[in-house]
Design a protein around this ligand. Sequence first.
Ligand SMILES: [Zn+2]
Ligand SMILES: [Zn+2]
Length: 398
Amino acid sequence: MSSVDLHRLAQEMGPQLVEDRRHLHRHPDLSGAEQATAAFIGQRLRRLGLQPREMVDGRAVVADIEGGAGAGRRLLIRADIDALPIQEQGPERPYRSEVPGVMHACGHDAHVAVALGVARALCELRPQLSGGVRLVFQPAEETAGGAAEMIASGAMDDPVVEGALGLHIWSGVPAGQVGVRDGAIFASADEFWVEVRGRGGHGALPHQALDPVPIASLLVLALQTLVSRETSPFEAAVVTIGKVQGGQAFNVIPETVRLTGTVRAFSEELRLRLLRRIGETAAGIAGAFGATAETVRGAGCPPVVCAPAMSNLVRRAVEASPGAELVEPDPITVGDDFSLFLERAPGCYFLLGAGNSAAGITAPHHHPEFDIDESCLAVGVEVMLRAAMEFCRSGSGA
Ligand SMILES: [Zn+2]
Ligand SMILES: [Zn+2]
């Protein structure tokens, strides 16, 4: 099939892509409860004649598309499927979320629609497809647990995949543009808690207590020096304390103060060092006052690192797609557990531009008025399709 035909194939499925995306947008599922979304995906894939497998308590779906053009490589394409605990606001859109307090405010509805479009196109292109493509619909990206669960359930095995591609739509990039980088594109993302324990008492008699409030306050400031004083100015990292909890009354010194925060870094080495130093700094500062601090690391994932050969594959796909413009984005300090797939297979995670300032589509991700320019959906299908066809063909001897 010529390059023009692939373009037409993607463009012609535009209305279906929009319909799927809007259905999902109206019916979002929170991380950990994606059964209805997974059932919808399974039904769509069965309609194509595929045999999707459910995983992770019916919250995840995997489907293999076997090529009809002989031996080749096997590519994994991943779409995350979960939504966020956000009440949708803004203009009264016909596809507004029908679930109170839950919204596709990160655009994973678009990721599913694009992956279903790729499945539909690959089923048509099967006679020209070498090797095979595995579509992986992953739950619980927002809570950073879904990728690990799927990999543990065998999502990358039997037969083993040799490369991985994923995309994130991005409202900060205009629709029509596709952002591709070598190396890290998204940061690592980790949650941590520090519990500073002193000794409670009367607010008027601080000398008889061991007040954890000033200790926790010093610690919040001290943690900022892990980036400003201990990290090279040429390396980006973030340490944020997003939650401070302690105390019940104006005249009572509490027993404990709990700090909750996140760490972001673009290398695994820096990520691990910052996590270690948070614990050491907390213990040292609390210890200086005779108090204790226990640091616990929560859910997290490594940085999303693209293999240059796979980024080049996507770059070629963008350049071959009429109407798509290749750009190179700066790394972004959000995280994504697609990184766990990339630890096991070379791959590329790229940004599919979805913003449109002329149409007022400018809200950032995780914002209650988040929306996308739906023209990006067909662009995503075309780029993914071209990259998949080329990846699976190489190694086939063709
Ligand atoms: Zn998100
Ligand atoms: Zn997201």
